[in-house]
Design a protein around this ligand. Structure first.
Ligand code: PBG
Length: 326
């Protein structure tokens, strides 16, 4: 046989494969999302996300210390707001003594070097379960009326010690208003990681169970993006760059690797991918049934985000991956 080109030579041993591997995944690339709630000594399992819990602040702090010891550099915190505190005006979102800023401050006090990212959107605080204000008559999600409370929410988070603000609400113009508000209050060093291309996705189901934050009426399709589109993602990217985002995110991750790749060709900013709750749940469910090898699928999936062009991955697998690396 005269075969000149043998691509298999480059795959012939573990050592050769490691030598030429183009994508490397490390624990320092990952951000661990964590859910926290009122109370003490609470560690409440989230049914649709095996291995994930709602922690009271004391346990949240312990978990953060543990993650830091595993080499994790950043966490993203999501508060579970009590039903009685939810209103249509979502005022709890800007309560500087509320659960959210208390959790952020407690983590920063215990782990000053661990980066804390805080979400900006009204859904956990809104009795309507929407990211913006809802017009009571028409059901319309009100863009401009929502911007001020989002900016104030970001400021409360920054003042509590958040290093990174993550606007996940998809209102037009939010990054610019948040940047201006942070800057005019001395928080010019607080980063903004914008949820730039956030699609209206059914992959968020388990997250909404975790926070009990699903919309009471309608869906999020007038503000989150249509999954049939990709040009629109580039438009959002250009706007977020102009408005002052430091890091741009694509969400969800797995079904949107093409969008991550297009981002990497269209921006000089760091790119984050959000490996969302439904993606985690699917892997866990199939692994529990013995239908896939959960650990191997996790590695393949996390690596694919980096191969597509992501620099950062938000993933519920962060802790599991960090433990493997040790
Ligand atoms: C809040 C928010 C959501 C997620 C992150 N921030 C839910 C939503 O927009 O409905 C989803 C994260 C996940 O599914 O893991 N706006």
């Amino acid at each position: 046989m005269q075969i000149t080109h043998r691509p298999r030579r480059n795959r012939s041993s573990h050592s050769v494969r490691d030598l030429i591997a183009q994508t490397r995944l490390g624990v320092e690339d990952l951000i661990m999302p964590l859910f926290f709630c009122e109370g003490t000594q609470v560690k409440q399992p989230i049914t649709s996300m095996p291995g994930q819990f709602r922690y009271s602040i004391d346990n949240l702090v312990d978990k953060c210390r543990e993650l830091e010891d595993l080499g994790v550099k950043a966490v993203s915190l999501f508060p579970v707001i009590e039903e009685k505190k939810k209103t249509s005006r979502a005022l709890e979102a800007i309560n500087s003594e509320g659960l959210n800023p208390r959790g952020i401050a407690a983590v920063k006090e215990a782990c000053p070097d661990l980066l804390v990212m805080a979400d900006v959107a009204l859904d956990p605080y809104s009795s309507d379960g929407h990211d913006g204000f809802v017009d009571a008559q028409t059901g319309e999600i009100l863009n401009d009326e929502t911007l001020e409370i989002l900016a104030q929410m970001a400021l409360v988070e920054a003042q509590a010690g958040a290093d990174i603000i993550g606007p996940s609400d998809m209102m037009d113009g939010r990054v610019s208003v948040i940047r201006k508000t942070l800057d005019s209050h001395g928080s010019h060093n607080t980063l903004i990681m914008s949820y730039t291309a956030k699609y209206a996705s059914s992959f968020y189901g388990p997250f909404r169970e975790a926070l009990d934050s699903a919309p009471k009426a309608g869906d999020k399709k007038t503000y989150q993006m249509d999954f049939r589109n990709s040009q629109e993602a580039i438009r959002e990217l250009k706007l977020d760059e102009r408005e002052g985002a430091d890091i741009v995110m694509v969400k969800p991750g797995l079904s949107y690797l093409d969008i991550i790749q297009r981002f990497s060709e269209n921006t000089e900013l760091p790119i984050a991918a959000y490996n969302v709750s439904g993606e985690y749940a699917m892997v866990k469910a199939a692994a529990e049934k013995g239908w896939i090898d959960g650990q191997e699928v996790m590695l393949e999936m996390l690596t694919s985000f980096k191969r597509a062009g992501a620099d950062i991955i938000l993933s519920y697998f962060t802790e599991e991956f960090a433990r493997l690396e040790l």
